[in-house]
Ligand binder design. Structure first.
Ligand code: SF4
Ligand code: SF4
Length: 205
């Protein structure tokens, strides 16, 4: 996946992260750990990843009531992905089998901190993830029949990414405009979820 491959949805993800980082600058002492985990998780380290999961489990267990809006947003996102999944599945089924540069590699099938917030907001934990192998090795969730994870529970990088051939194929169908609108709405909900989460955490002190 090169930078030039990034589509609007991926840029939205970058926007989420930037806004989130700015908020982190204003967090108080309780949240220092949150800032630490957010930036260090990018180093793809098993210990930090486990810490992030432990941290979120603790937050949702002890402060779940203050995260009610976050949970509601997560359910809306989940339902939104379930709704658009059949169309994406149809097109990946047509395009991906002949792909010569499969994007399902280790470095893409990785849950970032925002994904972990989303999963915990749904009352879920991520599936076991092992930080092993080369970044370019096949993703550990890839099977001979494709991804073993349901779309709504995949890392966001997987769900926001559409390679050029796939996108070009999809753009030809009449339903594309509606699909694009649904995806944009989901990206906006995602931004809202992260905003609401950081707002709620700031009030937990
Ligand atoms: S989404 Fe694109 S890059 Fe990824 S496997 Fe399918 S065709 Fe290949
Ligand atoms: S999690 Fe699934 S969609 Fe994402 S890279 Fe791995 S196999 Fe592909």
């Amino acid at each position: 996946m090169t930078e030039s491959d990034m589509n609007v949805a991926l840029l939205m993800t970058a926007l989420v992260i930037n806004r989130y980082k700015k908020r982190m600058n204003h967090l108080s002492t309780y949240n220092v750990k949150l800032g630490y985990l957010t930036s260090n998780l990018k180093k793809r380290d098993q210990a930090t990843y486990n810490q992030a999961i432990q941290y979120l489990e603790d937050i949702f267990k002890n402060h779940g009531q203050k995260l009610q809006e976050v949970k509601e947003l997560a359910w809306k996102i989940k339902e939104g992905f379930e709704k658009i999944s059949p169309l994406i599945q149809k097109f990946t089924g047509e395009i991906c089998p002949t792909c010569k540069d499969v994007c399902c590699i280790n470095k893409h099938g990785f849950y970032n901190f925002e994904d972990l917030i989303y999963l915990h907001s749904l009352g879920l934990s991520p599936p076991d993830y092992k930080f092993q192998g080369d970044e370019l090795d096949p993703c550990q969730f890839l099977s001979s029949r494709g991804c073993i994870l349901e779309r709504q529970f995949r890392p966001s990088g997987c769900n926001w990414y559409f390679c050029d051939p796939l996108l070009e194929h999809m753009e030809k169908i009449p339903e594309y405009e509606e699909f694009d609108g649904s995806l944009t709405a989901l990206a906006e909900l995602w931004i809202e979820l992260i905003d609401q989460f950081s707002n709620a955490i700031m009030k937990i002190d």
